[in-house]
Design a protein around this ligand. Structure first.
Ligand SMILES: [Zn+2]
Length: 287
């Protein structure tokens, strides 16, 4: 499942490619699962809107949409185009789920199996949403006020971070994965951050000192920033905004390395299951 760095990479790639383009028409497939908003509503909100920006919010990709007519109002007295999608800003929200991807392509490009939505753009290209396993979700916020739960791990301050976790009785790993607390941190980066902070995943948050939480805070920021700099690591069927699969990988120090020697102390990495998810840690480096 794409995590924060992958989604950030995809959102940046899309922003580079489609910002300023106008959505002329929308086709939506028959499958219901990908549609968190009704198909007709998605089409109505998207059509004739200009893509003002694409950004990440938690693990969501958010397309900021303006009325298409707005841009032509600049300067020299051209008539306004009819603002079909409505006159206020709106948002298209895409959650990629496990295998969702967004392709920017020529209309002649073969339509992949499991294509659930096709947006025709005024530039002549198409933006397609493809998702074989259908855990991805498409929705719209017609008032433009979408907000994901939780706080952004790269924006939250240290004090707020410590307060979020301090005193919680759940294992710290579960707390890190709780999207109502932090948004966007998934299994891989939780394991990697806990390793760098020297904290075992099963430790109850309430037993972790403020100083250790400060280390964890810094470790999360470090891991996420490294991964974003590398363009997101790739584990599953994940494709960047250019449609290239599996491009770079943060070297995992513990994730997926069960039985392999710790890169610091050579102790074999252990794997345990916490709340149904695999957790990897070094029994010597992490307490
Ligand atoms: Zn170790």
């Amino acid at each position: 499942m794409p995590e924060l760095p992958e989604v950030e990479t995809i959102a940046r790639g899309l922003a580079d490619r489609v910002t300023g383009d106008v959505i002329e028409s929308v086709w939506i497939g028959q499958k219901k699962e990908p549609l968190k908003s009704p198909a007709a509503e998605i089409a109505t909100v998207l059509e004739h809107r200009r893509i003002a920006d694409v950004r990440r919010m938690g693990k969501h990709i958010v397309f900021e949409l303006n009325p298409a007519g707005r841009v032509s109002s600049s300067g020299n007295g051209h008539k306004f185009k009819k603002a079909g999608g409505g006159s206020r800003p709106a948002q298209w929200i895409v959650h990629l789920g496990m295998t969702g991807r967004l392709q920017v392509c020529d209309p002649q490009a073969e339509i992949a199996n499991h294509t659930h939505a096709i947006l025709k753009l005024s530039s002549g290209r198409e933006l397609r949403f493809v998702d074989p396993r259908r855990f991805g979700r498409l929705s719209v916020a017609s008032s433009g006020d979408f907000d994901a739960t939780g706080v952004e791990p790269l924006e939250v301050g240290l004090e707020r971070f410590v307060d979020l976790f301090h005193g919680r009785k759940t294992p710290i790993k579960s707390a890190l994965l709780n999207q109502k607390l932090l948004r966007g941190v998934g299994n891989i980066y939780a394991d990697e951050s806990l390793f760098r902070a020297g904290i075992r995943p099963r430790r109850r948050a309430t037993t972790i000192t403020r100083e250790q939480l400060r280390k964890l805070y810094l470790a999360i920021q470090e891991v996420l920033k490294e991964a974003i700099a590398l363009g997101g690591s790739s584990v599953s069927d994940y494709v960047n905004a250019d449609g290239e699969a599996g491009f770079f990988q943060l070297q995992h120090r513990v994730y997926g390395r069960e039985g392999e020697p710790c890169l610091v102390c050579k102790t074999p990495i252990k794997r345990v299951v916490i709340a149904g998810r695999s957790s990897h840690y070094c029994p010597k480096c992490q307490k």
